[in-house]
Design a protein around this ligand. Structure first.
Ligand SMILES: N[C@@H](Cc1ccc(O)cc1)C(=O)O
Length: 513
């Protein structure tokens, strides 16, 4: 683990998206709040539940069946068996497994929710869940099967089961039986108390963990797309006046102004400039701040939705040990994350579309103001057999189309399920998975357009009357040159595109932040 970040503490203090990201990437150590007052507060919830049980009160999910079956009374002699049944019958997830990064984000989101202290779980459960994160014991969680409103019940059943020493985990790079890993670590598997399986499963941790990761990717992509746009303004010899400060003061959406300011800085514009070619560039250049600005302006409310959910008790019922009340509600409903992720995927797909349009200008001699066809750097006598970025542009069209196709909102596909108990659900986990997929595709588009823009900038620099690049772009161009030499003779670019994707994933370039 690289530990260059501050430790992340689970407990009463709110976490930020960046904390979850650091944990998901194993870049920060973690702590569980351990002061006596806090531990007592947690313990009190579990004790209060036990005392209710002694009095044989009716507690949903403890002395009743689950969901629609809440009208079924469970006699005391069966109460202890109920948690195991809950995670067992939910062991029906399908689809691909969440990757290690996503799984850590999910564990972090569930732990933080339980740390709110109103879920009625024991300190021991918080400690073991924390130990899973600390020792990187990662439940294998199939990503499909949640409607995102009775919480992420089915995927989270894999967390409950593995904490109990059942099913499988990834540990030190190997797929292992959870029981075996418990033994190896000298741990006794948890025997979940009556409310504990429900508390682990009845919440939004899968969609929220994924949302944290998606947010961080989108945030970087915004800056990268701005940088790519600046490179393309140079490559296409566009009109930088489109990003004028006074122009943007007249329509002052803050994020849009920010993107325009980044472009001015990248292009080193501090005074009005005369256009070289067209007075008004095509929209994919001229309106770049207006497209990217919508994403920039949305990050604030998206962060608000995601972090409020992350730091909430998204569980049912809520155990208020202070007032000695059991509060029945629907906090497992992931409507905020669903809307945030449905929105994010549309915002991000628009970035793909913007960059795809810029690439269409770059490769086409009718629009690129003198660059070679398909940006090929081949000399004139070999130009006829060289095709440069032609196939990369075709690929980009495909990735963009797929990203745009995935923007269908998930939240409007609510289905009444579970004998009509869950008759309105969020589909937030589907929305979050879509958002991740749209991000993957859009990063591919960004990788392709970055390499092409960089090639365009290189081609311009070959001209006799070439102007020096502004400092920020010169630095980027130099850095890119290390990994991505100019395309002179045709070559297969898959390897370089994949390397570029890796660079994007590791947020390799310091951009505008
Ligand atoms: N989310 C439901 C609980 C539930 C649990 C498991 C189920 O299979 C169904 C419903 C509630 O709190 O009301």
């Amino acid at each position: 683990m690289t530990t260059h970040l501050e430790p992340v503490t689970f407990g009463e203090r709110a976490l930020r998206i960046e904390d979850v990201l650091a944990l998901a990437n194993r870049q920060a150590p973690t702590h569980l709040q351990g002061d006596a007052a806090y531990r007592q507060r947690i313990a009190k919830g579990a004790q209060f539940l036990d005392s209710l049980l002694d009095k044989e009160g009716v507690i949903y999910g403890v002395t009743t069946g689950y969901g629609d079956s809440c009208v079924v009374a469970v006699p005391l002699q069966h109460v202890e068996a109920l948690p195991r049944h809950l995670y067992t019958f939910h062991g029906c997830g399908l689809g691909k497994l969440l990757d290690a990064q996503a799984t850590r984000a999910v564990l972090a989101a569930r732990l933080q929710s339980l740390c709110h202290g109103v879920s009625g779980v024991r300190v021991e459960l918080l400690e073991r869940l924390h130990a899973f994160l600390e020792h990187d014991v990662l439940p294998l969680i199939p990503e499909e099967g949640s409607v995102g409103a009775s919480g992420d019940l089915t995927p989270l059943s894999y967390v409950a089961a593995t904490l109990s020493g059942e099913r499988e985990v990834m540990f030190r790079g190997e797929r292992r039986q959870a029981a075996e890993v418990h033994r190896e670590l000298g741990w006794d598997p948890l025997v979940l108390r009556p409310k504990e399986a429900l508390a682990l499963m009845n919440g939004t941790a899968v969609m929220t963990g994924l949302a944290c990761l998606a947010f961080a990717r989108a945030n970087y992509l915004l800056q990268l797309a701005t940088r790519i746009t600046a490179l393309n303004v140079v490559a296409l010899q566009g009109n930088p006046e489109h990003f004028d400060e006074r122009l943007f003061a007249a329509k002052p959406h803050p994020g849009q102004m920010q993107v325009a300011a980044w472009l001015r800085k990248d292009l080193a514009i501090d005074a009005p400039t005369a256009p070289l070619h067209r007075l008004q560039d095509r929209y994919s250049l001229r309106c770049a701040p207006h497209v990217l600005g919508v994403l920039a302006d949305s990050l604030g409310w998206l962060r608000g939705f995601i972090e409020t959910e992350l730091n909430s008790a998204n569980d049912n019922p809520i155990i208020d040990a202070e007032e000695e009340r059991v509060l029945h509600g629907g906090h497992f409903y992931g409507g905020h994350i669903a809307f945030a992720m449905d929105s994010l995927k549309t915002l991000v797909a628009n970035v793909a579309d913007l960059l795809d349009r810029q690439l269409a200008l770059l490769v086409d001699v009718r629009y690129n103001h003198g660059l070679p066809s398909n940006l090929s750097g081949a000399p004139a006598d070999r130009a006829m057999i060289n095709h440069g970025f032609k196939a990369v542009q075709i690929g980009t069209s495909a990735w963009t189309a797929e990203a745009l196709k995935n923007t269908m909102p998930a939240s409007v596909f609510s289905r009444s399920t579970e004998c009509h108990n869950q008759d309105k659900v969020s589909m937030g986990t589907i929305a979050a998975r879509d958002a991740i997929r749209v991000l993957e595709l859009t990063e591919q588009v960004a990788a392709a357009t970055l390499l092409a823009a960089n090639q365009g900038v290189w081609l311009r620099a070959q001209a006799e009357d070439a102007r020096p690049l502004p400092p920020a772009l010169a630095a980027m161009h130099e850095q890119l040159a290390i990994d991505f030499p100019p395309v002179i003779e045709d070559r297969a670019l898959e390897g370089e595109l994949r390397l570029c994707l890796q660079r994007i994933a590791e947020q390799h370039w310091r951009l505008h932040a």
